[in-house]
Design a protein. Structure first.
Length: 751
């Protein structure tokens, strides 16, 4: 008894153990608990997500209530502890949201991370004590084909063994973990997690007994860990606040024991004692999540800092509503002007310039915050004859005139081309470049890079970054492999807005061929209103063979992005990927129309790909985030996974006038929504076709799917069905569809 007296910071008169009032439950929930990580663990442990009493080989059953055993084991071979959400096996009970308590036990960590030599931890392994505002929806067991567990986000505190490094060296650390800012069980923007090591370099193979506690007083949480042999004790404090443990459920919270990602924990002398004193949330502070990194008032110059003219238009982008004051005083010009500006808009200031350096003072004001900076514009003399029409070649000099007979180099051309001007590329290979924000065109004056001869100007070797706004990239190729070796990164990345990508080809890259994705966490600067038109992306294959898509709009996507008339085929992963990261918050809806996705998951150079292992046609979201994407008049056939998949998007999708044919797993899979979030999927006038439905997987359409004119047919019932489907384009770049598709549904407009 004496060795445990130090663990009780409050007297037994204050705490009592209401064992009869505590109903303990076992469950596994959250992302990756459906996985067994068989390549990392001993074969006998595959599929173990269980709790059992010491000395008893029978697992405790979900949906049953138990008293808290004094000694037990908890093990999880799946799951993860991620920054914004969890997958874990738990043994827990619920308390009132304002209940004080002490949860304590002696713990022996028996396994953490890979059990197979040569395999490394993922830094998502953990086991220990927890308190969280909600418990996730129990995992489906057995898991239906094509289903996985949705993310489950929660505010939480953990006192836990976690991975210390990504070496499989048996060393772990005992760490306090706090996650804050979770408002929705599917996650939201600005979730933060903080891990504070209390004890490092613990060799868990020595089976050292450690005493853990989580104590809640009426004002704070206190986490302690002590070595039961030498009495060394570490303590960590966290001040409670209103909106932490009463955020998602204002009435209840959950406390207990957990294991995640190849972890096994032996628990001894477990007790939960509840206190008589309660938390008064009205007396606590209303602390808010103050992360908001990258969300302070920000002004960006979105026009060239070098011009070959005596005048220009300065253009600025801001992330918050406010005003911009621009001033300059020199011998010949005086500028002094103030304009109001809305977040996400571009604001313009026409100015006069002197030859040489021109210094402008810009003051950005918003909600009492004032930010003053100097903008330098260099007015230069240029040898280029016509800044509105510049000819370029791949080995030209910077001092050329830019005419048809004397073309200039590409870098000089993009720096000096006038708003609304054209850059015309001669045939040849060009290294990928970055079009910075300061090279932006403007509304009504879009800048253009175009191949003189269609698809004869080819970008190679380096990523082409389109960070600027108002550009058109036309008739070029982005090719990552011109030497028949390993693919390289010659792909196109669009993080600017109001751009048009037209009649381009991205092929043989070591990642996604054409992707729209943010470089800034502030959503006001996320790429918006981009159009990818009549373009192809194929045979993109990374070294891992699992990550390269055809097209993507993911990881920070603003409003108004459209893919129209595009074809994606034979990519290592998906034809289209609209994945969403939880901590970024939801992307804005994307429109895909009149597009085709086929044979994805089956790149040309990768042999022996397992059927139904990788390669969706259209992947419409991810990570449980509700985003109302729209896909119409499109076709998915012969993809190695699903034709059309929600990928755990819980939004109100619109899926209309589409055809899915002979995809390896599901033609359509739209999973049921596990969250308390309303959603309704519009599913109109769609065809699902297989050569034969015998022994094939039927489509899955959840209860939130509103079905109108849904046709499930066999290709044998379609006249003139070709044995091989070929997709091509006409001279204008429009897709030429086989007659069987155009005649199948006269209501579908493919133009």
């Amino acid at each position: 008894m004496t060795k445990r007296l130090w663990a009780l910071s409050l007297s037994f008169a204050f705490f009592c153990q209401h064992a009869s009032a505590q109903n303990w439950h076992v469950t596994a929930f959250g992302q990756s608990t459906d996985l067994n990580f068989a390549s990392l663990i001993a074969p006998s442990k595959i599929g173990r997500n269980n709790v059992w009493i010491a000395g008893n080989n029978h697992f405790l059953q979900p949906n049953q209530s138990y008293e808290l055993p004094v000694n037990f084991f908890i093990e999880s071979r799946g799951g993860k502890i991620a920054n914004s959400h969890d997958g874990m096996t738990v043994f827990y009970t619920t308390l009132n949201a304002n209940q004080t308590f002490i949860l304590e036990a002696d713990l022996i960590l028996q396994q953490l991370g890979p059990e197979v030599d040569g395999k490394s931890p993922a830094a998502q392994e953990a086991a220990g004590l927890f308190v969280r505002d909600i418990i996730g929806t129990p995992r489906q067991e057995p898991q239906s084909l094509g289903f996985e567990e949705f993310p489950q986000a929660s505010n939480l505190l953990m006192n836990a063994f976690i991975t210390q490094n990504k070496k499989n060296d048996n060393l772990v650390q005992i760490t306090s973990i706090v996650r804050e800012g979770v408002q929705n069980s599917w996650g939201n923007e600005d979730i933060t997690i903080k891990k504070t090591p209390m004890v490092k370099n613990v060799d868990y193979t020595k089976n050292t007994l450690q005493h853990f506690t989580i104590e809640r007083t009426d004002k704070q949480f206190i986490l302690t860990v002590a070595d039961t042999l030498n009495g060394n004790k570490k303590t960590w404090y966290f001040d409670d606040y209103s909106g932490f443990m009463n955020q998602q459920d204002s009435n209840k919270l959950s406390v207990g024991f957990f294991a995640s990602r190849n972890a096994k924990l032996e628990v001894k002398n477990a007790t939960l004692k509840v206190g008589n004193e309660l938390v008064d949330y009205s007396a606590l502070s209303n602390k808010k999540n103050t992360s908001n990194k990258g969300h302070k008032p920000t002004l960006l110059l979105a026009s060239p800092s070098k011009v070959a003219s005596d005048s220009t238009v300065l253009q600025f982008a801001v992330n918050q509503n406010g005003s911009i004051a621009l001033s300059e005083t020199n011998e010949t010009n005086e500028t002094n002007e103030t304009k109001n500006v809305k977040a996400g808009d571009l604001i313009e200031f026409p100015v006069k310039l002197n030859i040489g350096v021109n210094n402008f003072t810009v003051t950005y004001r918003t909600e009492g915050i004032e930010n003053t900076q100097t903008v330098i514009i260099d007015s230069v003399k240029s040898p280029i004859t016509n800044l509105s029409k510049i000819y370029v070649c791949n080995d030209c000099k910077s001092n050329a005139s830019g005419t048809e007979v004397d073309p200039v180099d590409l870098i000089t051309a993009v720096e000096l081309v006038s708003p609304g001007g054209q850059i015309l590329l001669n045939d040849g290979y060009y290294k990928g470049i970055t079009l910075a924000k300061t090279l932006s065109g403007s509304k009504g004056k879009i800048k253009t890079i175009q191949a003189i001869n269609q698809h004869k100007a080819i970008f190679i070797d380096d990523t082409f970054n389109l960070d600027a706004d108002y550009w058109r990239i036309r008739d070029v190729i982005f090719d990552g492999n011109i030497n028949n070796t390993d693919n390289k990164p010659a792909y196109l990345r669009v993080s600017g807005s109001h751009n048009i990508i037209e009649r381009v080809i991205a092929r043989n890259n070591d990642d996604t061929g054409i992707a729209i994705s943010a470089k800034n966490r502030d959503r006001q600067f996320w790429p918006s209103h981009n159009l990818v038109l009549n373009s192809d992306s194929y045979n993109n294959l990374d070294l891992s063979g699992i990550n390269a898509d055809g097209f993507a709009a993911k990881l920070g996507v603003g409003p108004g992005n459209i893919f129209k008339g595009c074809i994606s085929h034979h990519n290592a992963d998906d034809g289209w990927d609209l994945f969403n990261k939880i901590e970024d918050g939801p992307n804005e809806p994307v429109l895909i129309e009149n597009s085709v996705s086929y044979a994805n998951g089956l790149p040309f150079k990768k042999q022996g790909v397992s059927k139904r292992s990788i390669g969706n046609g259209f992947k419409l979201g991810g990570e449980g985030q509700p985003v109302n994407h729209k896909i119409i008049n499109s076709i998915a056939f012969n993809n190695n996974m699903d034709g059309f998949t929600d990928n755990f998007n819980t939004g109100s999708l619109i899926i209309a006038n589409n055809i899915a044919l002979n995809n390896a797993r599901y033609n359509y899979i739209l999973r049921s929504n596990p969250y308390s979030i309303p959603s309704s999927i519009t599913f109109n006038n769609n065809y699902s076709i297989r050569d034969s439905w015998d022994d094939e997987i039927k489509d899955y359409l959840g209860e939130q799917v509103n079905i109108i004119n849904y046709k499930v047919i066999s290709s044998k019932d379609i006249s003139n069905m070709p044995q091989e489907i070929k997709i091509s384009r006409d001279e204008k770049g429009n897709i030429i569809y086989p007659d069987v598709f155009t005649k199948l549904n006269p209501d579908i407009d493919y133009n």
